[in-house]
Design a protein around this ligand. Structure first.
Ligand SMILES: [Zn+2]
Length: 296
């Protein structure tokens, strides 16, 4: 079964991860722009980050047969830095038009400050202007209240709910998100928040409509194989194959295809690997024999 991890920060992962993901059946990823683990001090570093998501990282994924798309946005934490926030919004005006950008994100609330509310709303406006869907991060603290506020802000913004993916859901927030008409993402972590067994229970209760799951793997303790591992747990629990496939493949494709930059037929076809290629003169190889796949 082909799988799609629609929220993974590959910039902070290794080529071993790409290889393992590819072996496990992951053929498409979406990498949301997020923070670095420490605050950035210049607007220009966002520009280089956006360029690397659109360039080198996309190339690197392709070298392992994985199609890479990204979402661009000013992450919630860094909306609180008045020295950079407006500068990043100005950058987004240009970068949201680039090929490979399939949504605005991740945006939303972290500490629920006034700056976060302002730039959340502003970035939804950008999404409407650029005809893109939106990927929304929900806060890890006060999650239920933060999600209620998130859904209210989305309703006021005027964006169509089916163009919004609310991420990092739990048992508490999922019914609210499904009622709203937005799509519901779930991040499966090794030790905290949502895990495989809880995800299986949610699917048994709510089914697969507008349900999406991801690894949210980044530079912290996380696992880039959580989508295939959770799919296996669903199978072991007796969830039907077509339902699993809806969650790990058809749903994320349908959501991000709304950007008109992810072609479903193209994504269904295998991406041929040709490690003889370079990106701006650079390769992922260190003297190895390049892998090349051909259509038999
Ligand atoms: Zn993330």
């Amino acid at each position: 079964m082909k799988m799609f991890d629609p929220h993974i920060h590959m910039t902070s992962r290794t080529t071993d991860d790409y290889q393992a993901m590819s072996n496990a059946g992951i053929t498409v990823v979406v990498e949301p722009a997020f923070w670095m683990g420490q605050p950035r001090t210049h607007v220009g570093t966002f520009e280089d980050y956006f360029l690397s998501l659109l360039g080198w990282e996309r190339f690197r994924a392709g070298q392992f047969g994985i199609r890479h798309f990204c979402t661009l946005g000013l992450n919630p934490k860094e909306t609180n830095n008045p020295d950079i926030a407006d500068g990043v919004i100005a950058l987004l005006e240009r970068y949201l038009d680039k090929d490979g950008v399939v949504a605005v994100g991740e945006v939303g609330f972290d500490d629920e400050t006034p700056a976060e509310a302002h730039y959340f709303a502003r970035q939804i406006e950008l999404a409407i202007e650029h005809d893109l869907p939106v990927l929304v991060h929900t806060p890890h603290r006060n999650k239920k209240a933060g999600t209620i506020r998130t859904l209210a802000l989305i309703r006021e913004s005027g964006i169509a709910q089916e163009r919004v993916l609310i991420d990092h859901n739990t048992e508490e927030t999922l019914p609210l998100v499904l009622d709203s008409g937005c799509w519901a993402g779930h991040s499966i972590y090794p030790h905290t928040k949502m895990d495989e067994a809880r995800m299986v229970a949610l699917v048994k209760q709510y089914g697969s409509e507008r349900i999406i799951m991801n690894s949210a793997a980044d530079w912290g303790v996380s696992d880039p194989l959580k989508v295939p591992k959770t799919a296996a747990a669903m199978r072991d629990a007796g969830i039907a194959e077509h339902e699993i496939e809806t969650i790990v493949w058809h749903n994320p494709l349908a959501f991000f295809a709304q950007s008109a930059r992810l072609d479903i037929a193209e994504a269904e076809a295998p991406l041929l690997i040709d490690q003889r290629h370079n990106w701006e003169g650079n390769s992922v190889l260190r003297g190895q024999v390049p892998q090349v796949t051909t259509t038999e």
